[in-house]
Design a protein around this ligand. Structure first.
Ligand code: C2O
Ligand code: CU
Length: 473
Protein backbone atom coordinates (compact mmCIF):
# COMPACT_ATOMS: atom_id res chain seq x y z
CA UNK A 1 0.00 0.00 0.00
CA UNK A 2 1.15 3.53 -0.72
CA UNK A 3 1.79 5.86 2.23
CA UNK A 4 -0.67 8.61 3.18
CA UNK A 5 0.16 11.87 1.44
CA UNK A 6 1.19 15.01 3.31
CA UNK A 7 2.87 13.34 6.31
CA UNK A 8 6.56 13.69 5.42
CA UNK A 9 8.28 17.09 5.70
CA UNK A 10 9.58 18.70 2.50
CA UNK A 11 13.36 18.16 2.39
CA UNK A 12 15.70 20.97 1.34
CA UNK A 13 18.66 19.53 -0.58
CA UNK A 14 21.90 20.75 1.05
CA UNK A 15 23.76 23.55 -0.72
CA UNK A 16 27.21 22.42 -1.89
CA UNK A 17 30.22 24.28 -0.49
CA UNK A 18 33.33 24.79 -2.63
CA UNK A 19 36.29 22.63 -1.62
CA UNK A 20 38.68 25.36 -2.73
CA UNK A 21 39.66 27.16 -5.88
CA UNK A 22 41.46 26.00 -8.99
CA UNK A 23 42.79 28.21 -11.78
CA UNK A 24 40.53 31.12 -10.78
CA UNK A 25 37.41 28.95 -10.49
CA UNK A 26 35.49 27.71 -7.47
CA UNK A 27 36.09 23.99 -7.15
CA UNK A 28 33.32 21.64 -6.09
CA UNK A 29 33.80 17.93 -5.51
CA UNK A 30 30.99 15.45 -5.92
CA UNK A 31 31.16 11.69 -5.47
CA UNK A 32 28.60 9.63 -7.33
CA UNK A 33 27.78 6.62 -5.21
CA UNK A 34 24.98 4.37 -4.16
CA UNK A 35 23.41 4.65 -0.72
CA UNK A 36 20.43 3.22 1.10
CA UNK A 37 17.99 5.95 2.07
CA UNK A 38 14.47 6.09 3.49
CA UNK A 39 12.04 7.44 0.90
CA UNK A 40 8.89 5.50 1.74
CA UNK A 41 8.41 5.42 5.53
CA UNK A 42 9.96 2.30 7.06
CA UNK A 43 11.59 1.06 3.83
CA UNK A 44 15.11 1.35 2.42
CA UNK A 45 15.72 2.38 -1.16
CA UNK A 46 19.10 2.12 -2.82
CA UNK A 47 19.70 5.32 -4.76
CA UNK A 48 22.49 6.32 -7.11
CA UNK A 49 23.14 9.80 -5.88
CA UNK A 50 25.48 12.72 -6.26
CA UNK A 51 27.21 12.46 -2.87
CA UNK A 52 24.86 9.53 -2.26
CA UNK A 53 21.71 11.66 -1.93
CA UNK A 54 18.67 12.30 -4.08
CA UNK A 55 18.29 15.03 -5.16
CA UNK A 56 22.01 15.76 -5.20
CA UNK A 57 23.43 18.83 -3.45
CA UNK A 58 22.23 22.15 -4.87
CA UNK A 59 24.97 24.22 -6.48
CA UNK A 60 24.60 27.96 -6.06
CA UNK A 61 26.89 29.89 -8.35
CA UNK A 62 27.23 33.45 -9.63
CA UNK A 63 27.22 34.84 -13.11
CA UNK A 64 30.77 35.61 -14.25
CA UNK A 65 32.40 33.39 -11.62
CA UNK A 66 33.69 30.20 -13.24
CA UNK A 67 33.15 26.88 -11.57
CA UNK A 68 34.85 23.50 -11.80
CA UNK A 69 32.95 20.45 -10.59
CA UNK A 70 35.13 17.39 -10.04
CA UNK A 71 32.99 14.27 -10.28
CA UNK A 72 34.19 10.94 -8.97
CA UNK A 73 32.30 7.86 -10.12
CA UNK A 74 31.96 5.14 -7.47
CA UNK A 75 28.95 3.59 -9.22
CA UNK A 76 29.10 0.25 -11.05
CA UNK A 77 28.54 1.75 -14.53
CA UNK A 78 29.94 4.70 -16.48
CA UNK A 79 28.27 8.08 -16.06
CA UNK A 80 28.14 11.42 -17.84
CA UNK A 81 27.22 14.74 -16.21
CA UNK A 82 25.27 17.41 -18.06
CA UNK A 83 24.47 20.84 -16.67
CA UNK A 84 21.02 21.33 -18.17
CA UNK A 85 20.60 24.93 -19.34
CA UNK A 86 24.29 25.67 -18.95
CA UNK A 87 26.16 27.75 -21.52
CA UNK A 88 29.04 25.30 -21.51
CA UNK A 89 31.90 24.46 -23.91
CA UNK A 90 31.51 21.11 -25.65
CA UNK A 91 34.24 19.34 -23.68
CA UNK A 92 32.38 19.95 -20.41
CA UNK A 93 28.81 19.70 -21.68
CA UNK A 94 28.41 16.00 -21.05
CA UNK A 95 28.57 14.60 -24.57
CA UNK A 96 26.77 11.24 -24.21
CA UNK A 97 29.90 9.20 -24.96
CA UNK A 98 32.33 11.23 -22.84
CA UNK A 99 32.14 8.67 -20.08
CA UNK A 100 33.39 8.90 -16.53
CA UNK A 101 34.38 5.28 -16.00
CA UNK A 102 33.84 3.68 -12.60
CA UNK A 103 36.80 4.10 -10.24
CA UNK A 104 39.13 1.11 -10.60
CA UNK A 105 37.06 -0.49 -13.35
CA UNK A 106 38.28 1.00 -16.59
CA UNK A 107 39.07 -2.01 -18.74
CA UNK A 108 35.80 -3.42 -19.92
CA UNK A 109 33.98 -0.33 -21.12
CA UNK A 110 35.93 0.44 -24.29
CA UNK A 111 33.59 -1.82 -26.22
CA UNK A 112 30.36 -0.64 -24.67
CA UNK A 113 28.07 1.31 -26.98
CA UNK A 114 28.99 -0.81 -30.01
CA UNK A 115 32.55 0.38 -29.86
CA UNK A 116 31.57 4.04 -30.17
CA UNK A 117 33.77 5.97 -27.81
CA UNK A 118 34.15 9.55 -26.75
CA UNK A 119 36.59 11.12 -24.38
CA UNK A 120 36.77 8.62 -21.53
CA UNK A 121 37.94 9.61 -18.08
CA UNK A 122 39.14 7.03 -15.58
CA UNK A 123 37.30 7.47 -12.29
CA UNK A 124 37.12 11.24 -12.08
CA UNK A 125 36.47 14.09 -14.45
CA UNK A 126 36.48 17.86 -14.09
CA UNK A 127 33.66 19.78 -15.70
CA UNK A 128 34.42 23.49 -16.24
CA UNK A 129 31.51 25.90 -16.32
CA UNK A 130 32.30 29.51 -17.30
CA UNK A 131 28.93 30.68 -15.85
CA UNK A 132 28.76 33.57 -18.28
CA UNK A 133 24.99 33.43 -18.21
CA UNK A 134 21.96 35.04 -16.62
CA UNK A 135 20.68 34.02 -13.21
CA UNK A 136 18.50 30.95 -13.76
CA UNK A 137 17.24 27.67 -12.35
CA UNK A 138 19.43 25.00 -13.93
CA UNK A 139 19.80 21.36 -13.03
CA UNK A 140 22.39 18.68 -13.52
CA UNK A 141 21.78 15.05 -14.29
CA UNK A 142 23.21 11.94 -15.88
CA UNK A 143 23.42 11.86 -19.69
CA UNK A 144 25.07 8.57 -20.72
CA UNK A 145 24.09 7.41 -24.18
CA UNK A 146 21.20 4.91 -24.07
CA UNK A 147 21.03 4.85 -20.25
CA UNK A 148 20.03 8.32 -19.08
CA UNK A 149 16.49 7.27 -18.09
CA UNK A 150 17.41 4.49 -15.63
CA UNK A 151 20.33 6.48 -14.18
CA UNK A 152 18.23 9.57 -13.48
CA UNK A 153 15.43 7.34 -12.15
CA UNK A 154 17.87 5.91 -9.60
CA UNK A 155 18.65 9.42 -8.43
CA UNK A 156 21.34 11.12 -10.53
CA UNK A 157 19.81 14.62 -10.60
CA UNK A 158 20.25 17.85 -8.66
CA UNK A 159 19.56 21.58 -8.89
CA UNK A 160 22.00 24.31 -9.88
CA UNK A 161 20.97 27.90 -9.23
CA UNK A 162 22.83 30.70 -10.99
CA UNK A 163 22.52 34.09 -9.30
CA UNK A 164 23.45 37.57 -10.50
CA UNK A 165 23.26 41.25 -9.56
CA UNK A 166 20.13 41.92 -11.62
CA UNK A 167 18.16 39.35 -9.67
CA UNK A 168 19.70 40.35 -6.34
CA UNK A 169 18.47 43.90 -7.00
CA UNK A 170 14.84 42.78 -7.09
CA UNK A 171 12.69 42.58 -3.92
CA UNK A 172 11.80 38.91 -4.46
CA UNK A 173 11.25 36.45 -1.60
CA UNK A 174 14.55 34.95 -0.46
CA UNK A 175 16.19 32.84 2.23
CA UNK A 176 13.72 30.37 3.74
CA UNK A 177 11.08 31.76 1.41
CA UNK A 178 12.83 30.53 -1.72
CA UNK A 179 12.18 26.83 -2.31
CA UNK A 180 13.67 24.70 -5.08
CA UNK A 181 11.10 21.99 -5.90
CA UNK A 182 12.31 19.02 -7.94
CA UNK A 183 9.13 17.13 -8.78
CA UNK A 184 9.18 13.61 -10.23
CA UNK A 185 7.41 10.25 -10.10
CA UNK A 186 8.70 6.80 -9.23
CA UNK A 187 7.37 3.28 -8.70
CA UNK A 188 8.68 1.11 -5.87
CA UNK A 189 8.87 -2.64 -5.35
CA UNK A 190 7.49 -4.06 -2.09
CA UNK A 191 11.01 -4.11 -0.63
CA UNK A 192 11.42 -0.37 -1.24
CA UNK A 193 13.67 -0.62 -4.31
CA UNK A 194 12.92 1.47 -7.39
CA UNK A 195 11.04 -0.38 -10.09
CA UNK A 196 12.36 0.64 -13.51
CA UNK A 197 11.44 -1.65 -16.41
CA UNK A 198 14.84 -1.66 -18.17
CA UNK A 199 15.42 -4.45 -20.67
CA UNK A 200 18.95 -4.75 -19.29
CA UNK A 201 18.80 -4.43 -15.50
CA UNK A 202 22.59 -4.18 -15.28
CA UNK A 203 22.44 -1.06 -17.50
CA UNK A 204 25.44 -2.33 -19.39
CA UNK A 205 24.62 -3.07 -22.99
CA UNK A 206 21.04 -3.21 -24.15
CA UNK A 207 19.11 0.08 -24.13
CA UNK A 208 15.36 0.41 -23.90
CA UNK A 209 12.47 -0.60 -21.69
CA UNK A 210 9.78 -3.27 -21.67
CA UNK A 211 7.13 -2.91 -24.37
CA UNK A 212 4.50 -1.41 -22.09
CA UNK A 213 6.75 1.59 -21.39
CA UNK A 214 7.73 2.60 -24.93
CA UNK A 215 5.97 5.94 -24.43
CA UNK A 216 8.01 6.63 -21.29
CA UNK A 217 8.20 5.35 -17.73
CA UNK A 218 5.57 6.66 -15.31
CA UNK A 219 5.43 6.07 -11.56
CA UNK A 220 2.61 6.05 -9.01
CA UNK A 221 4.44 7.94 -6.25
CA UNK A 222 5.07 11.66 -6.64
CA UNK A 223 8.32 12.82 -5.02
CA UNK A 224 9.20 16.44 -4.27
CA UNK A 225 12.88 16.89 -3.40
CA UNK A 226 12.97 13.12 -2.99
CA UNK A 227 10.10 12.84 -0.48
CA UNK A 228 6.67 11.32 -1.22
CA UNK A 229 3.88 13.95 -1.29
CA UNK A 230 5.55 16.10 1.37
CA UNK A 231 4.10 18.89 3.50
CA UNK A 232 5.75 22.21 4.27
CA UNK A 233 4.87 24.81 6.91
CA UNK A 234 4.94 28.35 5.59
CA UNK A 235 4.45 31.90 6.86
CA UNK A 236 1.50 33.91 5.59
CA UNK A 237 3.84 35.63 3.12
CA UNK A 238 5.17 35.47 -0.41
CA UNK A 239 7.29 32.48 -1.39
CA UNK A 240 9.39 31.87 -4.47
CA UNK A 241 8.95 28.33 -5.81
CA UNK A 242 11.49 27.15 -8.35
CA UNK A 243 9.53 24.33 -9.94
CA UNK A 244 11.48 21.74 -11.93
CA UNK A 245 9.83 18.79 -13.59
CA UNK A 246 12.52 16.17 -13.02
CA UNK A 247 10.34 13.24 -14.10
CA UNK A 248 11.45 10.88 -16.84
CA UNK A 249 8.23 11.14 -18.83
CA UNK A 250 5.35 12.58 -16.79
CA UNK A 251 3.83 15.98 -17.51
CA UNK A 252 2.23 17.85 -14.64
CA UNK A 253 -0.51 20.45 -14.69
CA UNK A 254 -0.18 22.13 -11.31
CA UNK A 255 -2.78 24.12 -9.38
CA UNK A 256 -2.78 25.36 -5.77
CA UNK A 257 -6.07 24.28 -4.22
CA UNK A 258 -7.59 26.09 -1.26
CA UNK A 259 -10.44 24.32 0.60
CA UNK A 260 -13.71 26.14 -0.09
CA UNK A 261 -12.03 28.90 -2.05
CA UNK A 262 -10.58 29.74 -5.43
CA UNK A 263 -7.15 28.35 -6.29
CA UNK A 264 -4.15 30.48 -5.34
CA UNK A 265 -2.60 32.11 -8.39
CA UNK A 266 1.08 31.57 -9.25
CA UNK A 267 2.95 34.59 -10.59
CA UNK A 268 5.63 33.39 -12.97
CA UNK A 269 8.83 35.43 -12.79
CA UNK A 270 11.20 33.10 -14.60
CA UNK A 271 11.48 30.28 -17.13
CA UNK A 272 14.23 27.80 -18.02
CA UNK A 273 16.63 30.61 -18.88
CA UNK A 274 15.97 32.96 -15.96
CA UNK A 275 13.88 36.06 -15.32
CA UNK A 276 11.08 37.05 -17.67
CA UNK A 277 10.76 40.65 -18.85
CA UNK A 278 7.54 40.98 -16.85
CA UNK A 279 5.58 38.64 -14.58
CA UNK A 280 2.81 36.38 -15.91
CA UNK A 281 -0.02 35.29 -13.60
CA UNK A 282 -1.18 31.67 -13.95
CA UNK A 283 -4.03 29.76 -12.34
CA UNK A 284 -2.41 26.55 -13.51
CA UNK A 285 1.03 25.64 -14.74
CA UNK A 286 1.67 22.92 -17.32
CA UNK A 287 5.21 21.65 -16.96
CA UNK A 288 6.81 19.02 -19.18
CA UNK A 289 9.92 17.02 -18.28
CA UNK A 290 12.99 19.26 -17.76
CA UNK A 291 11.06 22.55 -17.88
CA UNK A 292 11.38 25.04 -15.02
CA UNK A 293 8.85 27.56 -13.79
CA UNK A 294 10.01 30.13 -11.27
CA UNK A 295 6.89 31.44 -9.53
CA UNK A 296 5.88 33.61 -6.58
CA UNK A 297 2.91 32.56 -4.46
CA UNK A 298 1.35 34.77 -1.78
CA UNK A 299 0.23 32.65 1.17
CA UNK A 300 -1.01 35.81 2.89
CA UNK A 301 -4.00 35.65 0.54
CA UNK A 302 -5.50 32.87 2.72
CA UNK A 303 -6.14 32.81 6.49
CA UNK A 304 -3.53 31.37 8.87
CA UNK A 305 -4.39 27.69 9.38
CA UNK A 306 -5.25 27.09 5.71
CA UNK A 307 -3.84 24.06 3.93
CA UNK A 308 -2.94 24.82 0.34
CA UNK A 309 -2.46 21.71 -1.77
CA UNK A 310 -0.54 21.52 -5.03
CA UNK A 311 -2.56 19.17 -7.21
CA UNK A 312 -1.63 17.66 -10.57
CA UNK A 313 -4.71 17.97 -12.73
CA UNK A 314 -3.28 15.53 -15.27
CA UNK A 315 -2.87 12.85 -12.61
CA UNK A 316 -5.24 10.10 -11.63
CA UNK A 317 -5.40 8.48 -8.20
CA UNK A 318 -2.10 8.81 -6.36
CA UNK A 319 -0.53 11.00 -9.04
CA UNK A 320 -3.05 13.81 -8.48
CA UNK A 321 -1.41 14.61 -5.15
CA UNK A 322 1.89 16.50 -5.17
CA UNK A 323 2.66 18.75 -2.21
CA UNK A 324 0.91 20.58 0.63
CA UNK A 325 1.66 23.92 2.25
CA UNK A 326 0.35 24.57 5.75
CA UNK A 327 0.07 28.29 6.46
CA UNK A 328 1.03 28.38 10.14
CA UNK A 329 1.78 31.94 11.19
CA UNK A 330 1.38 35.61 10.33
CA UNK A 331 4.69 37.23 9.47
CA UNK A 332 6.22 40.43 8.15
CA UNK A 333 6.89 40.44 4.41
CA UNK A 334 8.62 43.20 2.50
CA UNK A 335 8.99 41.22 -0.71
CA UNK A 336 7.03 41.99 -3.85
CA UNK A 337 6.99 41.18 -7.56
CA UNK A 338 7.97 44.24 -9.61
CA UNK A 339 6.22 45.05 -12.90
CA UNK A 340 9.53 44.94 -14.72
CA UNK A 341 11.91 42.09 -13.97
CA UNK A 342 14.81 41.99 -16.42
CA UNK A 343 15.83 42.75 -19.98
CA UNK A 344 15.00 39.99 -22.44
CA UNK A 345 16.44 40.72 -25.85
CA UNK A 346 13.95 39.41 -28.43
CA UNK A 347 15.32 37.02 -31.08
CA UNK A 348 13.83 36.63 -34.54
CA UNK A 349 11.45 36.40 -36.31
CA UNK A 350 12.77 35.19 -39.64
CA UNK A 351 12.23 32.53 -42.30
CA UNK A 352 12.21 28.91 -41.12
CA UNK A 353 15.77 27.70 -41.62
CA UNK A 354 15.50 24.07 -40.48
CA UNK A 355 12.75 21.65 -39.65
CA UNK A 356 12.97 18.77 -37.16
CA UNK A 357 10.28 16.11 -37.07
CA UNK A 358 10.00 13.96 -33.92
CA UNK A 359 8.28 10.63 -34.60
CA UNK A 360 8.23 7.02 -33.59
CA UNK A 361 10.38 4.89 -35.85
CA UNK A 362 13.01 2.23 -35.81
CA UNK A 363 16.47 2.09 -34.32
CA UNK A 364 18.33 -0.54 -36.25
CA UNK A 365 16.45 -3.74 -35.57
CA UNK A 366 14.69 -2.28 -32.56
CA UNK A 367 11.69 -0.10 -32.13
CA UNK A 368 12.65 3.41 -31.23
CA UNK A 369 12.16 7.12 -31.70
CA UNK A 370 13.62 9.29 -34.40
CA UNK A 371 14.31 12.87 -35.48
CA UNK A 372 13.84 13.41 -39.22
CA UNK A 373 13.61 9.64 -39.57
CA UNK A 374 17.02 9.08 -38.04
CA UNK A 375 18.19 7.73 -34.74
CA UNK A 376 21.06 9.28 -32.80
CA UNK A 377 24.36 9.16 -34.64
CA UNK A 378 27.22 10.59 -32.62
CA UNK A 379 29.40 10.76 -35.71
CA UNK A 380 27.04 12.54 -38.04
CA UNK A 381 25.70 16.04 -37.49
CA UNK A 382 22.07 16.71 -38.33
CA UNK A 383 22.77 20.43 -38.54
CA UNK A 384 25.92 22.54 -38.81
CA UNK A 385 24.97 25.87 -37.29
CA UNK A 386 27.12 29.01 -37.51
CA UNK A 387 27.84 30.72 -34.21
CA UNK A 388 26.33 34.15 -33.69
CA UNK A 389 23.51 33.81 -36.21
CA UNK A 390 19.85 33.63 -35.29
CA UNK A 391 18.01 30.81 -37.02
CA UNK A 392 14.34 29.89 -36.88
CA UNK A 393 13.77 26.18 -36.31
CA UNK A 394 10.47 24.39 -36.74
CA UNK A 395 9.62 21.40 -34.56
CA UNK A 396 6.82 18.95 -35.43
CA UNK A 397 5.73 15.89 -33.51
CA UNK A 398 3.54 12.80 -33.60
CA UNK A 399 2.91 12.43 -29.86
CA UNK A 400 4.05 14.63 -26.94
CA UNK A 401 7.76 15.44 -27.01
CA UNK A 402 9.52 17.97 -24.76
CA UNK A 403 12.33 19.16 -27.04
CA UNK A 404 15.60 20.28 -25.45
CA UNK A 405 18.54 22.04 -27.11
CA UNK A 406 21.98 22.21 -25.50
CA UNK A 407 24.42 25.18 -25.37
CA UNK A 408 22.05 28.16 -25.58
CA UNK A 409 18.56 29.16 -24.63
CA UNK A 410 16.02 29.88 -27.40
CA UNK A 411 12.71 31.75 -27.69
CA UNK A 412 9.36 30.43 -28.83
CA UNK A 413 8.02 32.51 -31.73
CA UNK A 414 4.92 30.64 -32.87
CA UNK A 415 2.84 27.72 -31.71
CA UNK A 416 0.65 26.37 -34.49
CA UNK A 417 1.00 29.60 -36.43
CA UNK A 418 -0.21 31.78 -33.56
CA UNK A 419 1.94 33.57 -30.99
CA UNK A 420 3.74 31.79 -28.17
CA UNK A 421 1.56 29.81 -25.76
CA UNK A 422 0.84 30.64 -22.11
CA UNK A 423 3.81 28.63 -20.91
CA UNK A 424 6.30 29.71 -23.57
CA UNK A 425 7.45 33.08 -22.19
CA UNK A 426 11.09 34.08 -21.86
CA UNK A 427 14.28 32.18 -22.56
CA UNK A 428 13.67 28.45 -22.88
CA UNK A 429 15.87 25.41 -23.30
CA UNK A 430 13.03 22.91 -23.35
CA UNK A 431 9.74 23.38 -25.16
CA UNK A 432 6.76 21.10 -24.70
CA UNK A 433 5.33 20.08 -28.07
CA UNK A 434 1.91 18.49 -27.91
CA UNK A 435 0.70 15.84 -30.34
CA UNK A 436 0.68 17.12 -33.88
CA UNK A 437 1.82 20.62 -33.00
CA UNK A 438 4.13 22.85 -35.00
CA UNK A 439 6.34 25.12 -32.94
CA UNK A 440 8.80 27.68 -34.31
CA UNK A 441 11.67 28.81 -32.13
CA UNK A 442 14.50 31.31 -32.61
CA UNK A 443 17.89 29.83 -31.78
CA UNK A 444 21.23 31.58 -31.56
CA UNK A 445 24.36 29.72 -30.53
CA UNK A 446 27.32 31.68 -29.22
CA UNK A 447 30.92 31.27 -28.10
CA UNK A 448 31.65 27.56 -28.35
CA UNK A 449 32.39 25.49 -31.43
CA UNK A 450 31.89 21.80 -31.21
CA UNK A 451 29.45 18.92 -31.05
CA UNK A 452 26.35 19.26 -28.91
CA UNK A 453 23.04 17.44 -28.78
CA UNK A 454 19.39 18.26 -29.20
CA UNK A 455 16.90 15.66 -28.04
CA UNK A 456 13.54 14.75 -26.65
CA UNK A 457 13.63 15.04 -22.85
CA UNK A 458 11.23 12.21 -22.35
CA UNK A 459 14.18 10.18 -21.12
CA UNK A 460 12.93 6.88 -22.54
CA UNK A 461 12.54 8.51 -25.95
CA UNK A 462 16.02 9.97 -25.60
CA UNK A 463 17.50 6.58 -24.70
CA UNK A 464 15.70 5.03 -27.65
CA UNK A 465 17.69 7.38 -29.87
CA UNK A 466 15.47 10.48 -30.22
CA UNK A 467 18.56 12.66 -30.17
CA UNK A 468 20.57 14.48 -32.81
CA UNK A 469 24.10 15.79 -33.06
CA UNK A 470 24.23 19.53 -33.65
CA UNK A 471 27.57 21.00 -34.63
CA UNK A 472 28.33 24.66 -34.06
CA UNK A 473 30.75 26.09 -36.61
CU1 C2O B 1 18.45 17.66 -19.35
CU2 C2O B 1 20.43 16.78 -22.82
O1 C2O B 1 19.46 17.15 -21.06
CU1 CU C 1 9.74 12.27 -27.01
Amino acid sequence: PLPEPYRVPLPAPPVARPAGTTGGADLYEITQRSAAVEILPGLRTTVWGYDGIFPGPTLETRRGRPVVVRHRNELPVPTVVHLHGGHTPAESDGWPLDLVLPVGDTSKWAHAHNGMVGDMAAGTREYRYPMTQRAATLWYHDHRMDFTGPAVYRGLAGMHLVRDDVEDGLPLPRGDRELPLLICDRTFNADGSFRYPALDRSLRTLPGVEDDWMEGVLGDVVLVNGAPWPVHEVDAARYRLRILNGANARRFSLVLQVPGGPNLPMTQIGSDGGLLAAPVVHQQIDVAPAERFDVVVDFDAVPVGTEVTMINKLGTGSTRDVLRFRVVRAAADDSRVPERLADVEPLGPGPVRREFVFTRGAVGDHRGWTINGRSFDPNDSLADVPLGQTEVWRFRTDVHHPVHVHLDQFQVLLRNGRGPGRFDAGWKDTVDIRPGEIVDVAVRFTDYQGKFVMHCHNLEHEDMAMMATIRTI
